[in-house]
Design a binder for this molecule. Structure first.
Ligand code: COA
Length: 165
């Protein structure tokens, strides 16, 4: 059985992430969506449980073969623990390349048996990012073209609460 991991912060999951998930599923028997508890960039806006829940709700139509888990360790250690042989990531633009390239090489050095596979995004998602989605939602914009209804609902609820506070 071929097991793959798609890791990320998913703060929150977008349709761009879902695109990568659907395409990854064609290459493995089991796909683990690995939600990093923390982010090195900035503290996540949603906590890890909320992010996991939004992913699970967004995957409802995709069926069997996917698991969503939170991890808090080195990605390669987690991959070994799960007996995964491939790590999937999406590359949106040249600006992603240096960061992804460094991570992939570091991971390869630490776990040569795990392959890194990169997907070019579908054209409609090239510009999409979780930060931009949050910014649009915070200012009351329509994010329904960028995220699933479950995520849209959660964003609305969170930002309405902020306005009330
Ligand atoms: N479509 C839309 N957006 C995409 C995308 C796609 N296909 N692919 C990436 N993105 C965006 C996300 O929306 C996100 O946007 P943001 O920066 O505005 O938040 C950004 O690209 C990247 O986020 P995400 O895909 O969630 O992943 P990440 O870069 O936060 O994940 C980990 C990084 C978790 C994989 C990495 O930190 C890690 O492996 N951590 C574990 C610890 C470890 O092993 N460290 C050593 C690594 S060598």
């Amino acid at each position: 059985m071929k097991i793959g991991i798609y890791p990320g912060t998913f703060d929150p999951i977008t349709l761009g992430h879902l695109d990568i998930i659907k395409r990854s599923l064609k290459l493995v028997d089991r796909l683990i969506i690995a939600v990093a508890r923390d982010s090195h960039k900035h503290p996540p806006f949603f906590d890890a449980l909320e992010r996991r829940e939004m992913i699970s709700e967004s995957l409802a139509d995709l069926g069997l073969g996917i698991e969503v888990e939170i991890f808090n360790s080195l990605l390669v250690d987690y991959a070994r623990e799960k007996k995964a042989t491939v790590i999937f990531r999406g590359l949106r633009a040249v600006s992603d390349f240096e960061y992804e390239f460094q991570m992939a090489l570091m991971n390869k050095k630490m776990a040569p048996e795990v392959e890194g596979v990169f997907f070019a995004p579908s054209q409609s998602y090239v510009y999409l990012s979780s930060s931009l989605v949050k910014e649009v939602a915070a200012l009351g914009g329509d994010v329904s073209d960028f995220v699933t209804p479950a995520v849209e609902k959660k964003l609305k609820k969170r930002f309405l609460k902020k306005i009330d506070d």
